[in-house]
Design a protein around this ligand. Structure first.
Ligand SMILES: Nc1ncnc2c1ncn2[C@@H]1O[C@H](COP(=O)(O)OP(=O)(O)OP(=O)(O)O)[C@@H](O)[C@H]1O
Ligand SMILES: [Mg+2]
Length: 458
């Protein structure tokens, strides 16, 4: 039978918790101080520690750094609402989850039941970490830059909890892929994962898509419709482009997150919903709050665990790794290998990638089609290969024109373009100043003759 240690300085709470936890099939011991908890921890290795955050001789979070033993116990922190930040900090230190007071008993029960399943998830995360060292990827996420390793670390920590995650990153940085990774490493995998892109739907549609509607609640609502909160019940909901959700709806969303209940559009019955929410935005959320696009209170609630994805240009070494990965994918699909020349790879690495990983993938796919076996800079868009189309005046030369004539026109046009500066013209044309004088002499031009040269620009 699994064993739980319960730490709280209030004796009544201890008794009540112990009863609850025992009803879930655990044996229990209790402690009223950190010191007593420490000696319990060494005397007997509990599987789970339920610990009040504020104790007479310290903070529940102090225990986290001290926990030893393999496997070390899972810690669930219990905190008053006001200290939610500390609880979140505790997650980063490795706490399993937290509960706010007054404790929602249904949630405590769910957590205790889930605890038994998390060992499998832990094994999976450590497999992924090994793979990362060997193959340079974390599940579907490719790249080993320090910035991405940090992201993987955060994903591993937050995924198994039920905590709301806010993924922030420029367009194309992989937010959706990260949301899926969080889901796949969570206790809720196997339950539904539903995504709503708030940027792609009108206000009315978002409302009914999220919360559902009753028959006849608006014109065209000819039958009852279940929203994603109901359909994803027990699972995970991905709310993409959250700042595009109308602010009135943000109020409703916040209510659902806070109460775990909702009402269908046009309905009056409160329905219990249990969804883990992962939200994403490609705007800076703080500016979105200032601009009135994101409600402060919703932001506060969503950013329990912010996960910032760095833009591709800040992921040292990842451009090359990703480019080769996408190329290999293409090659597998088409059953024909191709490779980058060093020049092409240099150009890819130098580029700033405003469209991030998505842009890189598109560029590689397109280059694959254009290239024979070698992907040269010519197969890349000019802004990447650096071979921008030349600007400035041109002149047209008919095929078969005498070289001397072409040379004359080129020299005179260049001289005119450079305002008659012979030294610069000679440099630009790659001839000595003396040669230039000789030619001008041949053409019978005077020193300001360049100005009189025939215009032939396009
Ligand atoms: N680290 C990565 N490894 C492999 N593929 C990636 C990675 N990051 C992103 N991709 C791929 O790049 C493309 C864009 O990723 P995704 O759709 O997740 O970006 P996004 O941040 O949600 O973009 P947007 O803000 O435009 O919605 C997808 O094809 C995705 O599979
Ligand atoms: Mg996306």
């Amino acid at each position: 039978m699994p064993h739980a240690l319960i730490v709280d300085d209030d004796r009544n709470t201890l008794v009540a918790f112990a009863e609850l936890v025992e009803a879930e099939g655990y044996t229990t011991t209790t402690a009223e101080t950190l010191e007593a908890a420490r000696s319990e921890l060494t005397a007997r290795h509990p599987d789970v520690v339920l610990c009040d955050l504020v104790l007479p001789d310290g903070k529940g979070t102090d225990l986290l750094g001290e926990l030893q033993g393999v496997p070390s116990p899972e810690v669930i922190l219990i905190t008053a609402n006001a200290t939610i930040e500390t609880a979140v900090a505790a997650l980063r230190l490795g706490a399993y989850d937290y509960l706010t007071k007054p404790v929602d008993i249904a949630r405590l029960k769910t957590l205790l039941a889930q605890l038994r399943r998390t060992q499998a998830l832990k094994d999976e995360v450590s497999t992924l970490r090994n793979e990362l060292r060997q193959l340079g990827r974390f599940g579907p996420l490719v790249g080993t830059s320090p910035a991405m390793q940090q992201a993987y670390e955060l994903i591993s920590r937050v995924a198994p909890t039920d905590v709301t995650v806010l993924i922030i990153g420029e367009s194309g940085t992989g937010k959706e892929l990260v949301a899926e990774s969080v889901y796949r490493l969570s206790r809720r995998r196997g339950q539904p994962f539903l995504a709503v892109n708030c940027g792609a739907l009108s206000a009315t549609l978002i409302e009914s898509e999220l919360f559902g509607h009753e028959r006849g609640s608006f014109t065209g609502a000819d039958r009852r419709h279940q929203g994603v909160f109901e359909r994803a019940n027990g699972g995970t909901l991905f709310l993409d482009e959250i700042t595009e959700m109308p602010v009135e709806l943000q109020v409703r969303l916040l209510r659902v997150l806070e109460t775990g209940t909702m009402v269908r559009v046009g309905g009056d019955k409160e329905l219990r919903v249990d969804c883990r929410v992962i939200a994403a935005t490609n705007r800076d959320p703080e500016s979105a709050v200032k601009a009135g696009k994101l409600r402060q209170d919703l932001y506060y609630r969503l950013q329990v665990f912010p996960l910032r994805l760095p833009p591709l240009r800040e992921r040292e070494g990842d451009i090359a790794v990703l480019a080769r990965h996408f190329l290999a994918e293409r090659a597998r699909a088409e059953n024909a290998e191709k490779h980058f020349t060093q020049d092409a790879m240099n150009a890819l690495v130098r580029y700033q990638w405003p469209g991030n990983v998505r842009e890189l993938k598109n560029v590689v796919d397109r280059a694959y089609i254009l290239a024979d076996e070698e992907i040269t800079p010519e197969c890349l868009p000019p802004e990447i290969s650096g071979e921008e189309r030349p600007t400035g005046p041109f002149f047209r030369v008919r095929v078969g024109t005498a070289i001397a004539d072409v040379e004359k026109r080129l020299i005179l046009a260049t001289l005119r373009e450079l305002g008659g500066d012979k030294r610069r013209a000679a440099e630009t044309l790659g001839v000595s100043l003396k040669t230039l004088y000789n030619r001008l002499h041949e053409y019978g031009e005077k020193s300001e003759g360049a100005a009189a040269a025939p215009r032939d620009d396009e």
